[in-house]
Design a protein around this ligand. Sequence first.
Ligand code: GLA
Length: 726
Amino acid sequence: MAIGYQQEKRIFTLDTAHTSYQMKVDDFGFLLHLYYGGRVYGNMDYLLTCYDRGFSGNPSDAGNDRTYSMDVLPQEYPVMGIGDFRNSALIIHNADGSDCCDLRYVGHETKKEKYRLPGLPAVYADSGEAETLEIYLEDKVNGVRVTLLYGVLAEADIITRSAVIENRGESGVTVGKAASACLDFLTGSYDMLSFYGRHTMERNLQREEIRHGTYAIGSRRGASSHQYNPAVILAERNTTEDAGSCYGLVFVYSGNFLCEAERDQYDQTRILMGLQSDLFHYPLKKGEKLVVPETILSYSDQGLGTLSARFHHCIGEHLCRGKYRNAPRPILLNSWEAAYFTFDGNTILKLAESAADLGIDMIVMDDGWFGKREDDNSGLGDWHVNEKKLGCSLKELTEKVNRAGVSFGIWIEPEMVSEDSELYRQHPDWALRIPGREPIRCRNQLVLDFSRAEVREYIFEQICGILDQGKIEYVKWDMNRSIVDVSSMETCQGKVTYDYMIGVYDFLEKLLQRYPDMLIEGCSGGGGRFDAGMLYYTPQIWCSDNTDALDRLRIQYGTSFFYPASTVGSHVSAVPNHQTGRSVSLHTRGVVAMAGTFGYELDPAKLSEEEKTVVREQIRQYKSWEMLIRGGNYYRLTNPFSDTCAAWMFVSEKKDRALVSVVMLEMHGNMTVSYVKMRGLEPQAVYRDAENGRRYFGADLMQAGLPMPVEFKEYPAYQIELIREA
Ligand code: GLA
C-alpha cells in the first residue's frame, strides 16, 4: 500500500520505493506537513516543536496556548488569513472584502488509481501503478472546499499534487492565488536550481542559495516562457550530480506560473509551485470549481542525476502519450532555415528529393504556405493553402513528396492572427485586446481568444480542412508571441490567462482524437513553451530557435534536468550559424543534434558531396542508436558552463550498450588533457569500444575516466559506443 492512514493519530503516509511523504491532521483540523524525503518508517510528528513566538498569531481553538501558531508550523496547503504570514498557496477574496480562508479537514478518500484532471494535462498510470489520496478541507464560513489530490507512483518514486477549489457557499468568492504544491522544510539549507533564459538561449542553469526573504520565478507572458522554465530543484547545499539530497518540482502547465522559495524567520524553508497570481483573479460562483494544474514531485538522496532519471521516466512514460511515446520519431528536414518564407512547391519537392537521397524520413514545410504570408507581418488566421505560391494543391504536393520517398509534415500557428488577414478583418473581436486601447503588437501579430469556444471551433475546422487535404503525418504547432492584452469579450479578465490555456489544451486534445497517429511537435519561438503540460499533447518540442551547436550544448544541458532526450527537438543546421554566425564542423553539429529527436534545418543542395557522405553516415548512426537515445538512461557527465568539455551519455536499460558523446569546448596552447568519467555502467562488466576494440571495466571508466584526444581543432566532438562483453 503506497498510501497509509493512521486513524488514531490522523497521519497520512505516502510511500514510494525510496521516499516517504507524511502529513497530519492536528487537533484543530489543520493539515500539517510532517516530512518529505528518503524512506522513513515511524511517525514523524515528533519533529514538530512549539514555542511562544512573539508576533506570530494563534488560532482561537488553541485557547490560551500561545505556542501554537500557523506562522511556524509546517503546512500542507497554507492559506492567507489564518496567521501564517509566509507565502500562501491559496488566497481567497471573500464577498465581504476580507481575504481569509480557514481550511480544516473534513474527510479523505483513497483510490486505487491515479486521478485525472478535467481539461488539464496530468501524469497517468496503468492500474496497479498508482494510487490517489484525496483530502477534503473546508472553510465553514465562506463555504470554500479544497480537495487536495495526491497521486503516488510508488515504483517511479513520483508523487503528484493538485488542488480543486470549489465554492460551496452562498456568496461568490474570487481565487487570487492558487498553488498545487507546497513543501515546508523544518530544517536544512537549500539551493534553488532554476532555468532562466531568453529567446534563442533558453534554460540556463542558475543555482542560488535560498536566503531569508522570497526568491521567486514565474511567467506573466501567457506561456510558460523562454525566461523561466516551470520546473525547479531544491538541493541541499553540497548536493552534486551523484551525491546529496534534492527535490524536483515540475509544473504540468504551459501558461503563467509562479514558483516561490522562502526562508523564514526560524530558518525554515517553504517552496510553492502554482498558478501565477498576477493577472489572475478567478471568480467562483456557488457550485463552481477551479482545478489547479498538477505539480510532479520527486526526491533523490543520490544527487541530481538520479532525480533527473526519475523525471525522465515519469515524463517519457507517464505524461507523453500516443503512438509516438514509444515509437521511433522520424528524422526531419525542416524548410525554415533552408528557405524561410522564400519557397514554392518545387523548393519543397527538391528538399524532399534530397532528403530521400540522404536517408531523411520526412520533410516539414514550415511557415509561409498559407494565406498572404510572404513574411511574418500578415496572413496568420487565414488557414487556406496559397496554391498560387506553391504552384500546386497541397494534395499534389504531398503526393509528390511521398513519391520522392519521404513523408510530409506542416507548420501551423493556430493561436494567432495577423491584423493584416481576412480573419481579423472579419472578426476583430476574436483577438485578445483591451476595449478602448490599442493592442500591443509582438512579431506584428495578435493572440486569438482561445478561451472562447466559437473561436477555437472555427480555427479547428480550418486546420482540419488543411490536414485532410493530403497525407500529412506531422504538425509543428507554433506560438510566437507573449500575451499582453489580457481581456476577453466573453469571460472576465482575471480568468483569461487560465481559460486560454484550457482552450489550447482542449484544441490539442480534439486534434489528437481526430488524428491519433499524427506526430505533433510543440514550438514557441523554439523553447518558449517547453514544459510538461505541452508534452502531454506533443511528445517532442522544438528545443530552441538557436541551432548553434555550442549554444545548444548549454540549452540541452539545462533541458536535461527534467525532460528526456525523446522530447528534445534538435537539428543540424548550416554554417555560419544563422543565430550566432559561428561555424562548427558538421560532425560536431551532428553529435550535438543526436542528443534529441534528430533532424536537419538546412538546404542539402548546398552541401558538398563530402558533406553529404557525412550526413548519410550521421543518419545511419542515429538510426542504429535511436533506441538507446530515446529509451536509454541519460547521464550528464560534465557541466558545459564550467568544464573544458561538454559530455553526456546514454546507457541501455540492461547496461549492455552505451553511447558517450563529448564536445571539446576549450583549446589553449600546450593544451591540458580532459578525462571524462562515465556513469551508469556495470562496474564489473567489461565494455568494448565499438570503434577501436579496446576493452575497459565499467568501474575503470566511471572511477578514472577516459582521456580525450588533444587535437588542433576547434570544438572537435567524439562519440564512443560501448558494448558489454558477454
Ligand atoms: C518560430 C519557430 C521557428 C519557425 C518560425 C516560423 O520562430 O520557432 O522554428 O517555425 O517560427 O515563423
